[in-house]
Design a protein around this ligand. Sequence first.
Ligand code: Q46
Ligand code: ZN
Ligand code: ZN
Length: 322
Amino acid sequence: MTTFICHTCRSKAVIRMRQHRLAFCKEHYLEWFTAQTERSIQKYGMFPRTARVLVAVSGGKDSLSLWDVLWRCGYETEGFYIHLGIHGLEDETDYSAQSAQYVRQFAQERNLKLHVVDVKKEYGKSIPELSRFSPKGKTKPCATCGLVKRHIMNQIALDLHNDVVVTGHNLDDEVAVLFGNTMNWQQEMLVRQSPVLAEYHGLARKAKPFCRFTEREVAAYALLRQIAYIYEECPFSRGSTTLYYKSILNQIEDSHPGSKLRFYSSFLKAREGGFFNSPEQDHPSQSFPAQLCPSCKQPTTRSGLCSFCSLITSQNPRKKIP
Ligand code: Q46
Ligand code: ZN
Ligand code: ZN
């Protein structure tokens, strides 16, 4: 078996990244990973050093590694976790309770502030219960889940006056979304896909500092830092189109290293060059209307209540939306 040597110190490497033609020992990988995170934050103008950063954590490796790097770099961070009320499909494992436990442990060990929103306690029903009645959520609650998570994430960021919300989306996530949007030529989605979205009419600023790391690179960081995280994916992600796209993209990457990063970087260059914008749009968020929901005051494409408030009030007629 070939042994690779660290690019920096020439000792035995623990990871090799073919797409970068780089290999590192533990110490220099952690150093490289941290420097690359900072580089992405600056390259895409995500947030300044002084920003109050809210980290959306799920208990998985990506979001906990992100919180760890930002904390080590000295950013002012706090985390938030949304308890979705999801159980295993066959074995009744309490997936949400387990992931919440990893998040709590992580925050406690580092003495970091964590906010938890329990969907069932707050809105009367868990995600699977809320989606049971929606036409899209009959077999999978992902559409409802996405809607609820986006709403809560935005609300918390605005209530806590954070400057930016960061998520642990990695290159594999971004490329799978890009692949799907390109396959279906969803121009509106392509305009909005970006490592950073500016604050806009009641929408909090959002950023993805890990957007240039592959899933493997983030997993290596979590492993080398000994971050305890939930290994299982959400049971509802099984058989999803996203996972299918990821497996195809992994095959391409295996035979042509660097394909994922090239696809993503070239897309961002084309987007910045105005390839997907209509001439009157000079900001991706402008494809989103500035109409505000009369109840929660968040932006919506509908007249009257936004999709989130409609969902909650239709199932809990007397429930006041916080
Ligand atoms: S958590 Fe929610 Fe995902 Fe689970 S129910 Fe679907 S959307 S798969 S990222
Ligand atoms: Zn080294
Ligand atoms: Zn609303």
